[in-house]
Design a protein around this ligand. Structure first.
Ligand SMILES: [Zn+2]
Length: 380
């Protein structure tokens, strides 16, 4: 039988608040309410104990991407796991339909094996005006039949599709996704405020990296940002790497949406957890310098090199957000959105033993996934 452990002396972040000197019991792969008699006690000496992170939007890491082979996917997953992400939705980038259908098949198998929590299709149904690091020649309108084709290719593992809902077929595609239990995310969009409200009313529930790849907020043209921030039904993704968003913009969004409607994401590309140099994002060349990824052609920001442990540390130490709100944005909120909150997203008995251990400076010291150490802490 798998070992039982009792973590003591932790600053535990629970859905109800922070418990100083709290205990978390792990029995096998799950968190337990009671310790077995033979349980090993592990004193974590005042470290923070928080739930494993859930990343809704991630293209790769460790020099590999989710557009690559099964080995590439495992390399990227492993890299982010070592940075505390125990649940990860793999994001594709714009490519031709045949390539995406094939990739959906490969990713659905890895989802079946429990390596990833599903697939997020970012593109090709996005606006050429807000294409960011997506190939313009491969963009297309969100024809519901083609959206359906991708969802079917994912064999029940499609979790989210980002689309520019103002394009021809956009609203019908949102309805189709909602009917299939797939999140419709508004993003890479040139929509007006009114068009975005229509998309939300049709069933869109996520803002793909709010602020990035959409029109700015204007006082006569409030745009998608205002519509997405003000509606209680929408969760907003934020890339908290200090590059994609000014800290004041992040604070504005966090303050307005409230702690229950924010999900911190990485939008990471291959260079996350790796280093500077030349990489590919789908078919496009990217240069990473000082941890900032930009398209070689045109210089658009091309994803991030962020890992969620860094997003955590930044949110607490630079943005000065309360720890429990940061934990919600990194774990509980995305878990709920994915419908996985019965298994992950908080430190409650019965859930998977997915834990992250952080020291008093919020540096990552340990990661446990389903009861097994991914990064074993040195507590000596
Ligand atoms: Zn992305």
């Amino acid at each position: 039988m798998a070992p039982s452990k009792v973590f003591t002396g932790a600053r535990v972040v629970l859905p109800t608040g922070i418990v100083d000197g709290g205990r978390v019991i792990v029995d096998g792969t799950r968190i337990a309410g009671h310790a077995r008699e033979d349980a090993e006690t592990v004193d974590v000496r005042g470290h923070w104990l928080v739930p494993g992170f859930v990343d809704l939007h991630n293209h790769g890491g460790g020099g590999a991407s989710f557009s690559g082979t099964a080995d590439d996917v495992l390399t990227a997953v492993g890299t982010h796991r070592r940075h505390g992400t125990t649940t990860l939705v793999a994001s594709t980038v714009t490519d031709d339909m045949d390539t995406l259908v094939q990739q959906a098949g490969l990713l659905s198998e890895l989802a079946e094996q429990g390596e990833i929590a599903g697939i997020h299709f970012e593109g090709p149904f996005i606006s050429p005006c807000r294409k960011g690091a997506h190939s313009e020649a491969l963009l297309r309108d969100p024809d519901p039949a083609e959206v359906r084709k991708l969802v079917d290719a994912a064999r029940g593992r499609a979790r989210m599709v980002t689309l520019a809902t103002e394009l021809l077929g956009g609203i019908d595609s949102v309805r189709l996704l909602a009917e299939h239990g797939v999140i419709a995310a508004v993003g890479h969009t040139d929509a007006t405020y009114e068009q975005t409200v229509e998309a939300i009313d049709a069933g869109a529930t996520v803002a793909t990296h709010l602020f990035n790849a959409m029109p700015p907020l204007g006082h006569r043209a409030p745009g998608p940002i205002t519509a997405l921030l003000e509606d209680e039904r929408v969760t907003v993704e934020l890339i908290n790497d200090g590059v994609h968003l000014h800290p004041a913009a992040l604070e504005l969004a966090f303050h307005h949406a409230g702690p229950e409607r924010v999900a911190f994401i990485t939008d990471a590309m291959d260079a996350a957890g790796d280093g500077d140099g030349r990489y590919l994002l789908g078919p496009l060349q990217v240069e990473v310098a000082d941890g900032v990824a930009r398209l070689v052609d045109g210089g658009s920001i091309a994803g991030s090199t962020l890992t969620l442990d860094r997003a955590f540390r930044r949110a607490v130490t630079i943005d000065r957000l309360p720890v429990e709100h940061v934990v919600a944005a990194l774990s509980a909120n995305p878990a709920r959105l994915l419908g996985l909150d019965d298994r992950v997203g908080s430190l409650e008995p019965g859930k998977d033993a997915d834990l992250v251990l952080l020291d008093e400076d919020f540096a990552l010291k340990g990661v446990m996934r389903r009861g097994a150490w991914v990064v074993a802490p040195q507590l000596g």
